[in-house]
Write a new protein. Structure first.
Length: 140
């Protein structure tokens, strides 16, 4: 199996807390950045999604913190979509130090919101298949 999609970020000093490690809320920002980067790489960027009348939403997120991260460290944030049936899908992510040490594991349940009806799209996989130019990046 190939490595999942990932983006590299350097932990910035203003993202750390009084203990000197990355603030817990910033992990969610990193995860979101990786998800949008993956969608862009797949050819389903924000403008294209909005033009289709849909937008990705996160319905649930679990973060497991494994190791602290300090200012100046480079980290890779992975992102892999896991498809099933129905209105939702899972997003599996890791925040890894440059040496491969896992600092956090993030699991999210997502869906696609119909921006007009304000309800989840019945088959988000099909919509992504229609919009994306690189289905491999999305795991399709």
């Amino acid at each position: 199996m190939s490595e999942p999609f990932s983006v590299r970020v350097t932990v910035r000093g203003y993202e750390t807390d009084t203990q000197g490690h990355l603030n817990q809320a910033v992990y969610l920002n990193y995860a979101e950045h990786a998800r949008w980067s993956l969608l862009s790489a797949a050819g389903a960027d924000q403008a294209r999604l909005v033009a289709r009348g849909v937008g990705p939403v996160v319905l649930e997120t679990t973060v497991r913190y494994r190791r602290e991260l300090l200012a100046g460290e480079e980290v890779d944030i992975t992102c892999a979509f896991e498809w099933g049936g129905g209105k939702t899908f899972r997003i599996l992510q890791e925040v890894r130090r440059a040496d491969g040490t896992v600092a956090a594991e993030i699991t999210a349940v997502g869906g696609l919101l119909d921006l007009e009806k304000r309800k989840l799209v019945a088959d988000p996989r099909r919509v992504f298949e229609e919009l994306a130019s690189d289905l491999d990046v999305l795991g399709l």
